[in-house]
Design a protein around this ligand. Structure first.
Ligand SMILES: [Zn+2]
Length: 229
């Protein structure tokens, strides 16, 4: 990314405008690193700009200087309906949905052990349940609903089709499949690779509100603003 502008004393006139970051809602402070969208002249914190995938108004250019007359450009500002998530939101919703899946997992293992079903049956069920972790309320999950998290397309602000959610758990599903496979010794290499990918994926999602697959799909988790009271 090109260099953000740093708010120094010289640029105090900008602070007097008392503008806020459209994503975090925070007022800009002395020392903040700020990026101006070259198209609409909106100001963003560097973090918010990166969060939007370094784009706004369908373009990536930023201004080198603080724009002088913002009133001329105000009406062109693209409205943003989403907010950054706190790590607490992400972690809590992840724990809730993972716990729900784990209860299903234990239930299935317990049930099928007693009744001598073929192994493939319960492996399939727990893996499908894992893939559908974000769909335990069909269009969302209990964890996401409780923390008011939704998935949106970064560029268009549109809600993501819930049928895409299973893709977000593809790495952990592969890991689980390898784990549950009979000849576990011959698969140790693959298991460690996917263990590593899953850990990395989880860390990135806690840190950036996005899983690796979210970057591919151009989507992100955001906090619903509508019922934010
Ligand atoms: Zn813009």
């Amino acid at each position: 990314m090109k260099n953000p502008l740093i708010l120094t004393k010289k640029k105090a006139h900008f602070l007097k405008e008392n503008r806020q970051d459209p994503i975090t809602g925070d007022s800009f402070q002395m020392g903040d690193e700020i990026v101006f969208c070259a198209e609409c002249k909106s100001a963003f914190l560097k973090e918010s700009w990166e969060y939007m995938g370094n784009t706004h108004c369908n373009q990536e250019k930023i201004l080198r200087k603080i724009p002088k007359n913002r009133n001329l450009t105000l009406k062109k500002i693209v409205k943003i309906d989403y907010q950054l998530l706190s790590r607490r939101d992400i972690v809590v919703s992840w724990i809730i949905d993972t716990a729900i899946w784990f209860i299903i997992f234990m239930g299935v293992i317990h049930f099928f052990d007693k009744n001598y079903y073929p192994e493939e049956v319960y492996i399939t069920i727990v893996i499908v349940a894992l893939l559908l972790k974000d769909n335990n309320l069909i269009t969302t999950s209990i964890g996401k609903k409780l923390r008011r998290i939704s998935m949106i397309h970064i560029k268009t602000n549109k809600k993501v089709n819930p049928f895409l959610f299973p893709l977000r758990h593809i790495f952990s599903a592969i890991l689980l499949l390898l784990f549950m496979y009979n000849s576990i010794n011959s698969l140790k290499g693959f298991i460690s690779i996917f263990c590593f990918i899953c850990m990395l994926d989880l860390l990135i999602s806690f840190e950036k509100s996005r899983r690796m697959i979210d970057y591919v799909l151009g989507i992100a988790m955001t906090k619903d603003k509508n019922n934010d009271k």
